[in-house]
Design a protein around this ligand. Structure first.
Ligand SMILES: NC(=O)c1ccc[n+]([C@@H]2O[C@H](COP(=O)([O-])OP(=O)(O)OC[C@H]3O[C@@H](n4cnc5c(N)ncnc54)[C@H](OP(=O)(O)O)[C@@H]3O)[C@@H](O)[C@H]2O)c1
Length: 301
């Protein structure tokens, strides 16, 4: 019987790298560390090798169809299939956390965090083996309560949600940036990091559709918020280390009961009601600023 295979996207650093580390220790099979930049990926593998861990490596830029296609061919030839797929690669913002109409920047965020999943669905999902597990690393920014525009919150809440709904939601946002019709009030927390919120809401929404599609093959598809984690993305701020933050993703793909399907999961491992727009699940930029201020204060002591 061929060996089981686990793949983690964007895993040369941060939470993804820590998930690879955990899989190398616990998963009975081949673990793929992938990265868009080959040198960064190979450096991460070399570092793990020094710790006695031996993942396989392959280049994978999730926003580049050709790169995904090459990775698909490689897996098909070498392994024949995938049992665990963790869509972790993500991009937040360069510098600007304020509400911004910057179309190019916002489109880039949507492309990496959400549109890439459509290509992965097209090219990589056919390689998934029955009873496999997919985990989409979303965010608290991916909870539906981040969307304050009533029309879109209602439409995304529909039990008959379709891909068309999600694609039109994303287009509404990008068009609104282009023609400046988007309002700050359409997005939670004064429209801060709006594109990131929209991309992650779309990611958690498509998780629901992917689960419906793959249910007949007993493949689990969940999305999760990994917590506020000290990585480059948060400029080193957060409540959790990467190793603490990788515990729940590892639990979901290795230990969770088979019944955990189509859920939106919080960093403590509990499933949260994604539709609860009155809940306090959405990300508040004040949390981030408080952390930054306290880090600066500590440096100055
Ligand atoms: N840290 C947090 O507090 C937090 C909170 C909620 C959600 N998340 C989510 O958790 C995931 C991991 O984030 P992190 O905090 O570990 O961030 P990170 O340290 O910045 O790592 C992000 C990873 O994604 C990779 N990446 C970016 N664009 C890519 C692309 N086009 N193709 C392939 N890989 C790409 C990066 O590669 P390069 O090194 O080449 O840039 C890097 O390896 C992301 O999806 C993020 O949105 C993080």
């Amino acid at each position: 019987m061929s060996k089981k295979v686990a793949v983690v996207t964007g895993s040369n650093k941060g939470i993804g790298l820590s998930i690879v580390k955990g899989l190398c220790k616990r998963f009975d099979g081949v673990v793929y560390l992938t990265s868009r930049d080959e040198a960064r990926g190979k450096a991460a593998v070399a570092d793990l090798n020094k710790q006695g861990l031996h993942p396989e490596y392959h280049q994978l830029d999730v926003s580049d169809k050709e790169s995904i296609s090459k990775f698909r061919d490689h897996i098909q030839e070498k392994c024949g299939g995938i049992d665990i797929l963790i869509n972790n690669a993500g991009f937040a913002i360069a510098n600007n956390i304020d509400f911004s109409y910057d179309f190019e920047e916002n489109k880039k965020i949507i492309d990496i965090n959400f549109k890439s999943i459509l290509t992965i669905q097209e090219l990589i999902f056919p390689l998934l083996r029955d009873n496999g597990r997919i985990l989409n690393i979303s965010s608290d920014c991916g909870h539906l309560s981040n969307i304050r525009n009533k029309y879109w919150a209602d439409r995304l809440s529909s039990k008959n949600l379709t891909l068309k709904d999600i694609l039109e939601f994303v287009d509404w946002f990008l068009e609104g940036c282009k023609n400046k019709s988007l309002k700050k009030e359409d997005i939670a927390d004064g429209g801060t990091i709006a594109a990131y919120r929209v991309s992650k809401v779309a990611l958690s929404a498509i998780t629901i559709l992917q689960q419906k599609e793959l249910l007949k093959r007993n493949i689990s598809v969940n999305s999760m918020h990994p917590g506020f984690v000290r990585t480059d993305m948060t400029k080193g701020n957060g409540f959790l280390s990467v190793d603490q933050a990788s515990e729940t993703p590892l639990y979901i793909v290795l230990d969770a009961p088979d019944s955990l399907k189509g859920a939106y999961i919080w960093y403590d491992g509990k499933a949260v009601d994604w539709y609860d727009c009155n809940g306090e699940y959405y990300f508040k930029i004040s949390t981030y600023i408080e952390q930054l201020v306290s880090a600066v204060k500590k440096q100055n002591i």
